[in-house]
Design a protein around this ligand. Sequence first.
Ligand code: PHE
Length: 337
Amino acid sequence: MAIESFVAELEAFREAASESLGRVADGAGLEQARIEFLGARSGRLKAIQKLLSGLVATDRPAGGRHFNEAKAAVTALLADVQERLVGGGAARPTADAIDVTLPGDPVRLGHVHPITQTIRRVQEIMARLGFESVDGPEVEDQWHNFEALAIPAEHPARDPLDNFYLAVARGADPLLLRSQTSTVQIRVMENRRPPLRIVSLGRVYRPDTADATHYPMFHQVEGLLIEPGTTMAHLKSVLRQLASSFLGGDVHVRYRPSFFPFTEPSVEFDMQWGGRWIEMGGAGMVDPAVLAAVGYDPDEVSGFAFGLGVERIAARRYGVADIRDFYRNDVRFLRQF
Ligand code: PHE
């Protein structure tokens, strides 16, 4: 056999081994390749070794060198693949390997939304004055949102354009998203007897165009006290306590005559804070017609009710100029509170 053919055999052997080892994906595949190429009994290198004796004597030393080279190359390749499969990752860390000695990324803790903080703060202040926090449904019927509150069918406040009425089956009683938390006064009075001191904070809905001071969904605080001998003086004391505790410092409360169908007399109240009078909400003595609607005897009990906007007092307290900021969910804004 000519030395050239012998060398060509070795070349083909190396190429086949390299190609095959490149495809090896696990230990079993590696062992299979080892047996096929370097196996002591019937490996392909063994077969080539037998050809050595077919070379003319003068070519044999060169043939032997080529043979040893090929064997060493394929053996080294096999070792590389083995390393890649078993310990490769640990032995040679790659660029994206995890460095377990580095300090971890700090976990940023969330916190309560400023509106929720305000709600909890008001509940806490009112609890100290003996007012229990209660909840009511956001989807209401006309009785609780209007009729029991002495808002009759022809009242402009019931206009479909001023409320979010729900689509209901034909003939079914109309339902709407409550437009005020005064609904909760009715729900509580229907189920309990006086004396009562309750406060209810929750969402209300009105189809207003969103601007710096309006939003189609906002929150109200509703307070209700029914006890024998209640007067406007009690109302004023409670509002002043709430304002002073919430805003801090000595806050003054001022009344302006107003009208609500469910209170008589009715007032709007302002608070003086930072040298300015700020409109806060509506209030009044619960109208006898409302007491009668829930089955109380207006000659026996009296009480007061008030309602104010949570966004408004939160905006005051935190110096927020645009209430839409409360709902944009921009964490850069929310993180400040
Ligand atoms: N419900 C009234 C409103 O939304 C506020 C109010 C509550 C007035 C209780 C009087 C008594 O405007």
